[in-house]
Design a protein around this ligand. Structure first.
Ligand SMILES: Nc1ncnc2c1ncn2[C@@H]1O[C@H](COP(=O)(O)OP(=O)(O)OP(=O)(O)O)[C@@H](O)[C@H]1O
Ligand SMILES: [Mg+2]
Length: 229
């Protein structure tokens, strides 16, 4: 599904990602775990063509999409939920979904509301008035309107109350059950471990570990050094 091959990404002269490689297979939920400033968002931005890598490549379903613009990737089937939960604050929940609707797709508003009943209840409310958890739900719902085969979720649980986090975990698992492959970045390792099958641990722009959840769980050194759990 996704093959990130040895990318090097810079902000100006600052070298941020170093020969970073990640793969996501069809139907997988893969974690990108790391501390504050480790390079998780930069990895997502590199994949989405927002901060294209200077070296290396991003392959999506066999096609080289390195540096391709975000709206084109959306059309090709990559959904992206950035870390800033940017909703159209002046639009209603319903219009936030309507505005990105593309025809001939497997997802539409009805199906999205079925997955997020709580959103259906507040569909006429202005997005700017929603709580953090509701806004997160809306940004994920909006990404679904593009009928993504791959979804990039950048720290979806950040700043949310424990109960809301648990809700979100269940919804992410439903997305997986619907056949969507997911790359999930998290600092909240405890939450991530409940839903991912494989993990990459990133620190200062380098992958320090990759393996199954069981392998990570058994690796005290990696957990202590890079994840503080
Ligand atoms: N626009 C930018 N210009 C210059 N440096 C940046 C920029 N954005 C991020 N950085 C730097 O790149 C590094 C990686 O940041 P990044 O945001 O990718 O980390 P992160 O893992 O997403 O962190 P967090 O958990 O806080 O979201 C950090 O050292 C950060 O200071
Ligand atoms: Mg980040």
């Amino acid at each position: 599904m996704l093959d990130v091959k040895s990318i090097n990404t810079f902000y100006g002269l600052s070298h941020i990602l170093f020969d970073l490689s990640i793969t996501v297979s069809k139907g997988e939920v893969v974690g990108l775990l790391g501390r504050n400033g480790a390079g998780k968002s930069t990895t997502m931005r590199s994949i989405m063509g927002l901060t294209p890598p200077k070296e290396g490549s991003v392959i999506f379903k066999g096609e080289d999409v390195t540096g391709v613009k975000p709206f084109r990737l959306f059309r090709k089937g990559i959904g992206y939920v950035p870390d800033d939960r940017r909703v159209f604050a002046d639009l209603s929940v319903d219009d936030n979904l309507e505005i990105v609707y593309k025809q001939d797709t497997t997802w539409n508003k009805d199906r999205v509301y079925e997955l997020f009943p709580a959103l259906a209840e507040i569909k006429t409310r202005r997005a700017g008035h929603l709580s953090g958890g509701e806004q997160q739900m809306l940004t994920i719902a909006r990404a679904l309107m593009g009928s993504p085969e791959l979804l990039l979720l950048d720290e979806p649980t950040e700043g949310l109350a424990p109960l809301i986090v648990r809700n979100l975990e269940e919804q992410i698992l439903k997305l997986r059950d619907a056949g969507i492959s997911i790359l999930l970045s998290e600092q909240n390792v405890r939450s991530a471990l409940k839903i991912i099958t494989r993990a990459y641990v990133i620190d200062i722009g380098r992958i320090r570990f990759h393996g199954t959840v069981a392998e990570l769980d058994a690796n005290e050194e990696i957990k202590k050094k890079y994840l503080m759990v």
